[in-house]
Design a protein around this ligand. Structure first.
Ligand code: PHE
Length: 348
């Protein structure tokens, strides 16, 4: 009898232990450990109680077995309830810990900006496209014919000395001027022609205002009755758009083999309005490009009748425009990658 009481005490104390133990659990990991100690496997506490049956008298065994089984069913039920609660609680904790605060400021990503020379190209293309110019992009490697001979600069011509050339072979060279593109365009297309050709050119030249590689933008217009006046009118419009409304131009006589007459174009100083300052070296004028009326020989070289058609051409130095516009005093700053310089020039 006594034996039986001890066993039933064991049953109720195990039940109490499970009950209180369950309430103290903090995680599903602890729950699984607790479950394996009390419920699962041959060595669990409940299995141990089952084993006690072996030592019992047959008449007691049935009742005891039933009681242990009830305890087991109860325990299974309690553990699975607890498992549900624990899962729910942990899911909630996970939500809490992974919660995103949408009101926090975002991480700032640095956005680069366009290079000053690119800004100039974009602006010039924009201005000239508005006047009906199309963009033609030529090649950086040219042969002697396109860069010089067809532009009325044969082999022994002294004007070749104006541009110290990088020769790749006796025949091929790095173009010294975007004017080479004029010939390609005029060979392919008959007038009316109105093209703009931006690109890199190369000369053996190197100081604070010259670089062996620099950008040019060529313009070419060929049609019936084109004169120097058309060039002047178009340039006036161009400088007003790029340097400001009051800006004007003046033409000075110059020489290029492929234009006749040839001019050097100055614009009135946009920094001092023409009174004279550091930028214009006290003259009130700033040189911005070379231009002229297309030499009849150049038209003829391309099979265009120079009696019927005439044209003008101009070549703008892109770095020069960028330096003037953005107040840069050394061309090398434009070819370095110093972000302190490049970031200051940030037009949209
Ligand atoms: N190609 C000339 C230069 O590089 C500029 C120019 C272009 C002059 C077109 C006249 C006409 O100096």
């Amino acid at each position: 009898m006594q034996e039986k009481n001890v066993l039933s005490d064991n049953l109720s104390s195990l039940k109490a232990k499970i009950e209180t133990g369950l309430e103290e659990l903090k995680s599903s990991k602890e729950l699984y450990e607790f479950k394996s100690v009390y419920l699962e496997g041959k060595k669990s506490k409940i299995s141990e109680l089952m084993k006690e049956m072996r030592n019992m008298a047959a008449e007691e065994r049935a009742g005891y077995g039933k009681a242990v089984n009830e305890l087991k069913t109860w325990a299974i039920q309690r553990f699975s309830e607890m498992e549900e609660r624990m899962k729910e609680k942990e899911l909630q904790q996970k939500y809490e810990s992974e919660k995103i605060d949408l009101t926090l400021p975002g991480k700032e990503t640095e956005i680069g900006n366009l290079h000053p020379v690119t800004l100039v190209i974009n602006q010039l293309v924009d201005v000239f496209a508005g006047m009906g110019f199309e963009v033609y992009e030529g090649a950086e490697i040219e042969n002697d014919y396109y860069n010089f001979t067809a532009l009325n600069t044969p082999k022994d011509h002294p004007a070749r000395d104006m541009q110290d050339t990088f020769y790749l072979s006796p025949e091929f060279l790095l173009r010294t001027q975007t004017s080479a593109g004029q010939i390609h365009v005029m060979e392919k297309k008959k007038p009316p022609i109105k093209i703009l050709s931006p690109g890199r050119v190369f000369r053996s030249d190197d100081d604070a205002t010259h670089s062996p590689m620099f950008g040019q933008m060529e313009g070419l217009v060929v049609d019936k009755g084109i004169t120097l006046c058309d060039l002047k009118g178009m340039l006036d419009m161009f400088v007003q758009k790029v340097f400001g409304e009051g800006t004007t131009t003046r033409l000075r006589p110059s020489y290029f083999p492929f234009t006749e007459p040839s001019v050097e174009v100055d614009c009135s100083c946009f920094a001092c309005g023409g009174k004279g300052c550091n930028l214009c070296k006290g003259t009130g004028w700033i040189e911005i490009l070379g231009a002229g009326v297309v030499n009849k020989r150049v038209l003829e070289n391309c099979g265009i009748d120079s009696e019927e058609y005439s044209g003008f051409a101009f070549g703008i130095g892109l770095e020069r425009i960028a330096m003037l516009k953005y107040g840069i005093n050394n061309i090398k700053l434009l070819f370095g990658s110093d972000l302190r310089v490049l970031k200051q020039i940030n037009e949209k």
